[in-house]
Ligand binder design. Structure first.
Ligand code: AMP
Ligand code: MG
Length: 388
């Protein structure tokens, strides 16, 4: 049995081999970049208009319009004092432009332009390099690419990005009692739901699972299922069969597959029978079968490790401290991860904390970390993991 801190440390201290690949811009969402990205040129790369209006030379209220320049035009005007050019957003401003005046503040009669207000020097001009300078660091290695990040990288003309390969994840659920949702349920059976929750939790954070398999509580079947799944995965996540029951075969089946235990059992609730092991460069998390336990263990332990294998600088879910909205006492000698709801800048510990109870987790948005044998008064701060 290890403490929560020891479990985190064991996971963090694993030596991992990261692989990289080149991916096209449009296929990079949620990948982590494997080398710094710097700006290949100034951005914007030329002075351009921030408005539809008129490029003006000199400060005055009246000008003569001498031409027009639209976005993408190559025309290059050279203005003299008193000249104006009709200009559109994004168009390169002519040489000697003092300011751009938005068209709403102008009136035009023939070639004569009159402004409703005096222009200010530099007004409505987006200057070359005002957002980024050539050579400036845009993203550090390890940054996870978001849609805005993709937009930025694209605007720098970069089409291929060096990223870390994502880990391949396989899922195995075990249990004789489990049947697929949608099928008729016989006495004693329950619907298998962990694989759905775990698979989609992977996907929510940009990790894809390769395949998921449901196996009965049969030692040989579990052993061969693990063997096959390990062949095609970097991370194998199992649920169920890892506790101390007579039909809990997962631990032994892992051992017989050459998986070496890194820790088994964490001094916590829920999720005490959590197992973590490795076989060369492949890693195994065996999560307790209780739905809330398995998902909590995924958020607290598996997700940070997936980020590491992904080369990401992220270390799992965001952690925030919020004042608790009521008194709370943990009489247990173990620390707890409790299903909680953050709203109005307060955190409420929800009813229904049983390890099997997923209702409160589905209604909540956080896991609150509670120390062993500790009383909390309303208003005291609790560390929370934000799960949605
Ligand atoms: P186990 O860890 O196999 O002892 O399972 C603990 C509890 O979780 C039992 O009540 C199981 O029926 C339930 N359980 C195990 N696996 C799943 C699953 N994949 N989906 C839903 N419930 C499960
Ligand atoms: Mg079971």
């Amino acid at each position: 049995m290890v403490t929560i801190e020891e479990a985190h440390k064991i996971i963090k201290d694993q030596k991992v081999k990261l692989k990289t690949e080149t991916r096209k811009l449009e296929n990079c969402l949620d990948f982590s970049i494997s080398e710094d990205i710097t700006a290949p040129f100034d951005m914007p790369s030329f002075d351009n208009s921030a408005m539809d209006g008129y490029a003006l030379c000199g400060i005055s209220q009246e000008y003569i319009i001498i031409g027009e320049v639209a976005a993408g035009d190559k025309k290059d005007f050279k203005l003299k004092s008193g000249d104006a050019v009709r200009i559109f957003t994004g168009a390169k401003v002519p040489k000697n432009t003092t300011a751009v005046m938005m068209q709403e503040k102008t009136s035009v009669v023939g070639k004569k332009l009159t402004l409703q207000q005096m222009p200010k020097e530099g007004q409505s001009i987006r200057r070359k390099g005002e957002e980024l300078r050539k050579g400036q660091l845009v993203f550090e290695k390890g940054t996870t690419i978001t849609p805005a990040g993709i937009g930025l990288i694209g605007s720098l003309g970069i089409q291929n990005i060096e990223v870390y390969k994502k880990p391949l994840i396989n899922l195995i659920t075990t249990g004789n009692e489990l049947i697929e949702p949608g099928k008729p349920k016989a006495e004693g059976q329950i619907y298998e739901s962990n694989s759905y929750a775990l698979a989609l939790a992977c996907e929510q954070f940009g990790f894809k699972y390769g395949n998921k398999k449901q196996i009965d509580d049969d030692f040989e079947a579990i052993k061969s299922g693990i063997k096959k799944s390990l062949e095609t995965s970097d991370v194998l996540i199992l649920s169920g069969g890892i506790s101390v029951g007579d039909y809990d075969y997962v631990k032994q089946a892992l051992e017989e597959n050459g998986v070496v235990e890194q820790f088994y059992k964490v001094f916590q609730k829920p999720g005490k029978p959590l197992y973590f092991g490795r076989k060369e460069n492949k890693f195994v998390f065996a999560l307790p079968g209780n739905p809330a336990s398995s998902l909590s263990c995924f958020y607290v332990y598996v997700l940070p490790f997936l980020y590491r294998l992904n080369g990401s600088a992220k270390n799992g879910l965001q952690r925030f401290s919020f004042p608790i909205s009521h008194d709370f006492k943990n009489k247990a000698d173990r620390p707890l991860f409790l299903k909680a709801k953050i709203s109005n800048n307060e955190v409420e510990i929800l009813d229904g904390q049983g390890s099997s109870m997923i209702l409160s987790m589905a209604h909540g948005n956080a896991l609150a970390f509670i120390e062993a044998e500790t009383s909390y008064n309303k208003g005291e701060k609790l560390e929370c993991l934000l799960i949605s």
